[in-house]
Design a protein around this ligand. Structure first.
Ligand code: NAD
Length: 530
């Protein structure tokens, strides 16, 4: 109140290294031990009250599938309706709270997550998402903290944008939240995204009904508790794990739906959009639809590429977190003249990748998320094994006896239209196509036309003309475009993330662009001379 804040500073949260004997390593390993040796009963949280239902789901470890570390209660239609009512009830007080106080809650959540809650967030992410300590640290610690702090920074920038006034007239813009409630639906693969899908609309003054992904309810519950500890009032975010269809049927037909904040697969977002279309005459407002969805991300290597950085980019881009990043490299186009050297280095690097339990800090990869994902990935691998225009250069083995393990798999195809060059697999599978050096421009055209997605992609070249040509030809092929770097690892505030085409609405998570979607400006003109 009664203050004009000119700048909320932002700096990215530093990544800790977890060296043997470091305090962060000790804290993380003891948190993992505690989580594995306890059992959590996760309720729904509606209007701040814990609700337990008859139906329950299990929280398992993908790399040790028989180990259950918790159970979560599943919302039925009744609890979903209650969550909507509670979100609407909490709305007025929350939107009228001075924005500095709203922001302070999320800045406090950031400080807690960077400090005393860091190990808990990382341990939950490692165990239930099967992330290595490195992948957890950049997700559930750094990116999560960055989203919270950067949203505060961006909101302040938005609020300070004011119209000009003329003689005897004073104009102002008030950045209202949307009327109604926002439906947040989060994917399994990033704890930071789950936190941001509910947190971004909330910091702008909206109240939320949040459905987390079923296989990551555990880490979503840790986020909810973090928000609560930071002082988030009851009813602002209502936490309702459950069956997706049942929840969305109730939510999407409600007249007060003001927006959907979604990250997940293209098909699910298309279905949500279609349901909104069917219900459009029943709503009090036009719901804002924000969805970041799938990708078929490319790497193009010109014959002038630096081969070491190319190979490193391919390995990290395709296989970190088992290829389950929306930005993961999954199709590569390599100039023929450099292929023999690339092949040798790539296979050498791939042979050193260790796959296994994420509690072993030497492992590079854990397990894929669940049985259906495992089955889907191996169906592609089997397809390749039975195909004439592709061969497996590395990997191709899998085993789900203990957990859902799939080897990092490199495929070489002679057909640029091959199935694994076009479809999102969402697993550790990279397909390579070799092109004649002189066909570089044609290949750029093909990279652009060959995918219905538009999320991320990289060009590796030292020849500046080749870089300029790629930048131009691939103008609409990627919302995040990388030059001589892997197509993954976007950092909040540095490379705002999102893509167009079937990759989503490209509202750039963690940016002014995203926050603007949760705001409905009101302009006030006051004539001073009357
Ligand atoms: P998913 O689409 O299966 O699930 C996402 C969420 O939608 C989950 O909470 C799920 O329960 C829910 N859902 C499913 N059907 C629904 C329905 N009918 N109504 C309402 N909710 C429904 O995706 P996933 O497997 O969790 O995540 C992987 C996908 O997410 C990949 O396609 C990946 O590319 C994409 N992704 C994109 C980004 C990005 O920023 N573009 C980031 C992360 C993940």
């Amino acid at each position: 109140m009664n203050s004009i804040i000119t700048k909320i500073n932002f700096k990215n949260e530093p990544v800790l290294n977890y060296n043997l004997g470091s305090p962060e390593r000790d804290e993380l390993t003891s948190e993992i031990y505690n989580m594995k040796n306890s059992f959590v009963d996760i309720p729904l949280i509606v209007g701040g009250k814990e609700i337990r239902t008859e139906k329950k789901g299990k929280c398992i470890l993908p790399h040790d599938k028989n180990k259950v570390i918790g159970e979560y209660h599943i919302a039925s239609k009744k609890e979903v309706s209650m969550a909507i009512e509670e979100a609407l009830k909490a709305k007025q007080e929350w939107e009228e709270m001075p924005w500095q106080s709203r922001v302070a809650i999320f800045l406090r959540a950031a400080d807690l997550a960077a400090g005393p809650w860091r190990a808990k967030l990382n341990a939950a992410t490692m165990l239930t998402q099967s992330k290595t300590y490195k992948q957890a640290e950049i997700d559930s610690a750094c990116e999560l903290v960055d989203f919270l702090r950067y949203n505060a920074h961006c909101l302040q920038q938005i609020y300070s944008q004011q119209p000009i006034s003329s003689a005897k007239v004073w104009n102002r813009t008030v950045y209202r939240p949307l009327e109604g409630f926002v439906f947040a639906v989060s994917p399994f693969n990033f704890t930071a995204i789950a936190s941001n899908l509910s947190g971004a609309p909330a910091i702008a003054g909206n109240t939320i009904v949040w459905k987390p992904a079923s296989n990551t309810v555990y880490s979503a519950y840790v986020i909810y508790q973090l928000y609560k500890e930071a002082g988030l009032p009851d009813g602002v975010i209502n936490f309702i794990p459950g069956k997706a269809n049942e929840i969305s049927n109730t939510v999407l037909s409600h007249s007060d739906l003001s927006g959907i904040h979604f990250t997940g697969s293209t098909e699910v977002f298309q279905n949500l959009w279609a349901s909104v279309g069917e219900n459009i005459c029943n709503y009090k407002t036009f719901p804002r639809l924000v969805g970041e969805t799938g990708g078929k991300n490319f790497v193009v290597a010109h014959n002038s590429a630096n081969i070491n950085s190319l190979c490193r980019g391919l390995i990290e881009g395709a296989f970190e977190y088992q290829g389950q990043k929306c930005s993961a490299a999954s199709r590569a186009y390599i100039a023929k003249s450099i292929w023999p050297t690339v092949k040798e280095k790539l296979l050498e690097k791939a042979s050193k990748l260790r796959v296994g339990d994420i509690e072993d800090f030497e492992n590079f990869m854990g397990a894929v998320i669940d049985q259906s994902s495992f089955d889907n990935i191996i169906s592609y691998i089997e397809y390749v094994k039975n195909s004439e225009d592709a061969e497996i250069l590395h990997g191709g083995n899998y085993d789900d006896t203990v957990g859902y393990f799939v080897e990092p798999t490199i495929i070489l195809t002679s057909n640029h239209n091959f199935k694994t060059m076009k479809e999102e697999i969402f697993g550790p599978v990279l397909t390579i196509y070799i092109y004649q050096d002189e066909d570089y421009l044609e290949i750029l055209n093909l990279v652009d036309k060959n995918s219905e997605y538009g999320l991320t992609g990289s060009i590796y070249a030292r020849d500046r003309y080749a870089i300029v040509q790629a930048e131009k030809a691939l103008m609409h092929t990627a919302g995040n475009f990388y030059i001589n770097d892997r197509p993954t690892g976007a950092v909040v505030g540095q490379q705002p993330f999102g893509g167009s085409r079937l990759s989503g609405t490209n509202d750039k998570a963690g940016s002014v662009i995203n926050l603007m979607r949760w705001i409905s400006p009101r302009v006030i003109k006051e004539t001073l001379s009357n």
